[in-house]
Write a protein that binds this ligand. Structure first.
Ligand SMILES: NC(=O)c1ccc[n+]([C@@H]2O[C@H](COP(=O)([O-])OP(=O)(O)OC[C@H]3O[C@@H](n4cnc5c(N)ncnc54)[C@H](OP(=O)(O)O)[C@@H]3O)[C@@H](O)[C@H]2O)c1
Length: 243
């Protein structure tokens, strides 16, 4: 794990509670050197790691955390740091799940894809880890050839960038399919975030909505992707590959 912030911490806790996954290392600059049990507190599941005889200490950097060996690096830091961590991991033959949400990541993907292929490993860039978002994307791609036009409407808090990265990405898929696409963003109170697609065909319409009330969906999706990643090769974009 690289990153133990708002998203990284619940992913670490979920991995500790998942009998099919094993946490081999965690990197966080601000908590470097701390035992994981001390960082997470009692009842976090970190005791189980200690109970198995391993006193897992948080590393100062991702390269050090990777030395313990891993099948997958999950990066939930920043877009820029994530690229550096992904390069280091792929270089060591470790698959990568890159969760950072930034259009800037796009320009680094070519070099990372080449590295992943050389090492026979996979890099998954998943700007939205929600499985229902992946289902929306797949449904939209399937329905697009049947529609005359589509409206994409996203809802988020007042200070959230508009449109959401997810909405822009879905709009790209619809436009690539030749579908006239209108994007609207509604910004109002609360952390609630949702993307709605309304497909029009003559007098008929089909409405699909994906909503994430909190980060739980991203945690569940991250663990699902981690399980699916070993054995894949090259660059995987988004989450539909894991469905
Ligand atoms: N794909 C998705 O579905 C999804 C969903 C939500 C968020 N995200 C993305 O996930 C990332 C993390 O989100 P968050 O809410 O957890 O953010 P956060 O609370 O700010 O945590 C980010 C963590 O990254 C570490 N970090 C920051 N700069 C770093 C650097 N230069 N090198 C190494 N580590 C660094 C920080 O830890 P230290 O300072 O201790 O190292 C911090 O704990 C963001 O890029 C966000 O956009 C993706």
């Amino acid at each position: 794990m690289a990153g133990m912030g708002g998203l990284g911490t619940p992913i670490v806790q979920a991995v500790l509670h998942d009998p099919g996954l094993r946490l081999t290392g965690v990197a966080s600059r601000s908590r470097a050197g701390m035992p994981l049990t001390a960082a997470l507190g009692a009842g976090s599941g970190a005791e189980a790691v200690r109970g198995s005889g391993i006193e897992l200490r948080i590393s100062a950097d991702t390269e050090t955390a990777l030395r313990a060996g891993a099948d997958v690096l999950v990066d939930v830091t920043t877009p820029r740091a994530g690229i550096a961590h992904a390069t280091a991991a792929l270089d060591q033959g470790v698959n990568v799940l890159l969760a950072a949400t930034s259009a800037g990541t796009e320009s680094s993907l070519g070099a990372l894809e080449a590295l992943a292929r050389t090492r026979g490993k996979a890099l998954a860039w998943v700007p939205n880890l929600s499985l229902t978002c992946a289902l929306l994307e797949r449904s939209l791609a399937g329905a697009a050839p049947w529609a005359d036009r589509v409206e994409l409407i996203d809802h988020a808090g007042p200070h959230v960038h508009a449109p959401l990265h997810t909405t822009a990405s879905l709009a790209g898929i619809c436009r690539a399919a030749g579908l006239p696409t209108e994007v609207r963003s509604i910004r109002e109170g609360g952390r609630y975030s949702a993307v709605r697609a309304v497909l029009h065909r003559g007098a008929e319409s089909l409405e699909l909505q994906h909503a994430t009330p909190d980060s739980e969906a991203y945690v569940t999706g991250a663990l699902h992707a981690v399980r699916q990643l070993p054995g894949r090769n090259g660059l995987l974009r988004g989450m539909t590959w894991a469905l």
